[in-house]
Design a protein. Sequence first.
Length: 372
Amino acid sequence: MAAVDPVHQSGTHAEVLLRLAHSRSQDDRQRLLMGIADLVEASGQGQSETLSDLFLTLVGQVEKDIRAALAERLSEAEWAPPALINVLALDEIEIARPVIARSPLLKDQDLIGVLLAATVEHQIEVARRPGVGATVVDAILDRSEPAVLTALACNQTAHISEPGFQKLVEASRKIAALRAPLARHPRLNEALAQQLYTWVGQALRQAIGERFRIDVDELDSAIAAAVRNAASPSQPASSPAVQIDPERDEMERRLIAKLDSAGQLRPGYLVRAAREGRISLFENALAILGGYSVQDIRRAVAAVKPDLLALACASVGIDRAVFPSMLAEIRIRTNGFPQGGQFDAAALRLFDQSAESAAGVFRQAIAQADQA
């Protein structure tokens, strides 16, 4: 007589499956996995409370490899218990990944729950989910996690609203990884393309220029004008904007170097130093954080226009909304330097570049000033 498979005996399935779950035999693990999947698929009762409880009990008993295989088996099943799918979606990422990516049983509120409760890796999978809904997209944008935003930008099937796409483009000013997928995204329009153009490298500029009717010469001229303005002659070196105490200056340089080596030097430190009127400390900090010579930073502070200092600040991540108040504090203590009025619209665009681009323009301006 043929042996009767215990998974298909007429007795209680729960006890049999739990016994298999405690077995270390690979055969029993496979039989367990197939048993629970076959049981629910054949019965068509995936929505029943009893089977849902059975599944949840079993998942709590089995090992990781079985949960992973179960997640893969159920990832596209419409007959699986929704409660089990939600549990698997919050499991370790190797288990959760296929469920988050493909399960038709995960609704928007379930995916938002993953965003709120799970790891960044889980959130990335939510952002990558094909056709992810507008409500979930808005939740991703609200959280503003760079890696998750980048995954969303790469998902061309996501339902991103026009304001949402605008947020992604604005975020790309500080998150470099967003720029390439946004430049190639079908939702990118001409207005946003012009905004993105000033933040990307030359290869992406060419791609944007070819895709849209953008006057690239006009945009490049605006950047070149900023270089010319920044490179305008500075105040003579014999008449510095701030009198320097060499001994104090060396102490501050050492302090900043220690902060930098400890990973504690941040843009906020520069803002605080400027607002406290500690100009020498500000200059040393900006030089080290940006990788410039302190002499070049002091030329920017003593310049006849604020553009050069703006470029240096933009290159280390200082926000343009903060810069005007910083500039006012610096001028109070430097006899009005850097000179010139508040920013016009063209000068404000200096802060719309990426940090890398601003650094390049700053160095180019310094080099042109040296040649003048």
